[in-house]
Design a protein around this ligand. Structure first.
Ligand code: ATP
Length: 390
């Protein structure tokens, strides 16, 4: 490996966007945005189609002029620099490999263009990095999609960019290969220590790979944080629904101390004040959120077995789907029309079938509160939710 260790390549390798925006005529694709990508981290811009993530990436690359704001890479303001003068490389979904060149020459391209003749060692290192040593003399059409994508990554990394930009690089791959390549890209990033900024609409992909995820919605960053933080403490209904699945229960605050007590259609629920928006902690309406895997389900006949201190609501199973590791239930409840519950398939209760009356219960600590003045369904997509592991 000639790739420099983290401490060296990280120098100045961060991205700082200050007030950057993009408008096309009267349409604003990206609202003024401030964003700092820490050095040497894997950063994901995540959002549904049209939310402005590619435009943001293209402004970092210099492929799009911002309407307002500045782009800095490390200590250098690059806002007015053309793409080829910026210390970045971009990997696109269409790998754009040269069909007539073999893997070695595709990877060597950037070095050759700079007039570097002796490319063998560096190309060899890159082939090792992306584990394609045995494919060095194949042409792109003789490679699988995943292998071609690795060549594209190697071809970009050989230039030692400060920042590698990845625009839906795994979009053309089938699901299984995409999962493999996610791990592979994460490994490569950890090994080279270069800052990666990755655009994706796939929340599981962003969560698997990124140290930090910026969830974008309508040209704005809705929330930014580590994957687990975003998942456990979404601050908006959009993030709660876009990252996995959330049950959001409309409720009225009846007591607010270190713990908030709410009433939801007669059911008394508790949640930690620290996980509630401050505006609603003093009273008023609240959305109580709880993830489907945090809820336990018991048949009403077993109500006596539920430990004290748990939040509990009653309901009836409307639907159930067995998906291997877990069974996913849809529950009708007076408290909420369609609650989702995922139960690990350890000891299956054969009474838990559609039509059965059940009690849902969970640790109050696992509830989060959201401002009720938001659309409950914001961010609900057809995408596979985190936790829906088949
Ligand atoms: P996708 O995942 O579909 O690529 P995205 O989140 O990357 O979506 P962008 O490509 O950044 O979205 O586009 C954001 C918005 O800006 C979209 O509504 C798009 O139609 C619009 N847009 C992008 N480029 C232009 C352009 N050149 N002229 C007008 N509108 C544009």
């Amino acid at each position: 490996m000639t790739t420099a260790p983290k401490t060296q390549t990280n120098e100045g390798g961060d991205v700082r966007l200050a007030g950057i925006s993009k408008t096309y005529g009267s349409f604003t694709a990206v609202h003024p945005l401030d964003l700092t990508v820490p050095r040497g981290t894997f950063f994901a811009l995540l959002g549904a189609s049209g939310c402005g993530k590619t435009t943001t990436l293209r402004m970092i690359a210099g492929l799009e002029d911002p309407t307002t704001g500045t782009v800095a890479l490390g200590d250098q303001d690059v806002t007015d620099l053309p793409p080829y003068k910026r210390p970045v490389n971009t990997v696109f979904q269409s790998y754009a490999l040269f069909p007539h060149l073999d893997v070695t020459e595709n990877i060597a391209f950037g070095l050759r263009r700079r007039g570097i003749k002796s490319v063998r060692k560096q190309v060899g290192d890159m082939l090792d990095l992306v584990q394609l040593g045995d494919f060095a003399h194949r042409k792109p059409h003789q490679l699988s999609g995943g292998q071609q994508q690795r060549v594209a990554v190697a071809r970009a990394l050989i230039n030692h960019p400060q920042v590698l930009l990845l625009d839906e690089p795994l979009g053309a791959l089938d699901l299984k290969l995409r999962r493999q390549m996610q791990l592979e890209l994460k490994r490569i990033q950890t090994e080279v220590g270069i800052t990666f900024v990755h655009v994706t609409h796939d929340q599981e992909e962003a969560m698997t790979m990124a140290d930090t995820v910026a969830v974008m919605n309508g040209g704005r960053v809705e929330q930014l944080g580590a994957p687990a933080e975003l998942y456990e403490n979404p601050r908006t209904t959009f993030v709660a629904n876009f990252l996995g699945t959330s049950n959001l229960i409309e409720a009225e605050v009846v007591e607010a101390a270190s713990e908030i007590t709410v009433l939801a259609s007669g059911a008394k629920l508790r949640l930690p004040a620290g996980r509630c928006p401050t505006a609603t902690a003093g009273g008023g309406r609240l959305l109580v959120g709880v993830r489907p895997e945090k809820i336990s389900l018991v048949h009403t006949d077993d109500a006596a077995e539920i430990p004290e201190g748990r939040n509990r609501i009653t309901g009836r199973i409307a639907d159930s789907s067995f998906i291997g590791v877990s069974t996913q239930y849809l529950i009708d409840s007076p408290v909420c029309p369609a609650l989702e519950v995922y139960v690990q398939n350890v000891e299956r209760d054969t009474r838990l079938v559609p039509g059965a009356d059940v009690i849902l219960h969970w640790n109050p600590e696992h509830s989060f509160g959201l401002d009720a003045d938001q659309a409950v369904d914001a961010g609900k997509m057809g995408d596979t939710a985190v936790g829906e592991v088949a």
